[in-house]
Design a protein. Structure first.
Length: 113
């Protein structure tokens, strides 16, 4: 349970950091961002393991770097279900996914340990 809450907070903090510092992702309000973070958490929990399993051979060839592309794709999938974010292009969404993953890892380490 702590890990899930840490992931949720990490997604939210990563999106806020991406919006405030880099202006790659824009949103209408913090309420919509909280809902989008929840949708992204659900997509990462349900869809991401299946996609990672399907893409396992290419992920092994790239030594795990393809996971960043999968995370970017998960942001697009979550945006399809809840269209509150305005994503500029693939490269900026890719950078946003890296920031979100870093925030998730830091908060999981702090909360779970």
């Amino acid at each position: 349970m702590k890990r899930t809450i840490a992931s949720y907070v990490g997604i939210f903090v990563g999106l806020v950091v991406t919006n405030n510092w880099l202006n790659y992702v824009s949103f209408s309000g913090y309420e919509s961002l909280l809902i989008f973070a929840l949708v992204l958490l659900i997509v990462n929990t349900l869809v991401s393991p299946v996609v990672k399993l399907i893409c396992l051979p290419i992920n092994m060839l790239t030594l795990g770097l393809f996971t960043l592309v999968i995370n970017t794709f998960m942001i697009y999938v979550a945006n399809y279900f809840y269209e509150s974010l305005k994503l500029t292009d693939f490269l900026h969404t890719f950078v946003a996914s890296i920031i979100i993953v870093i925030c998730q890892m830091v908060l999981r380490t702090l909360f779970v340990a």
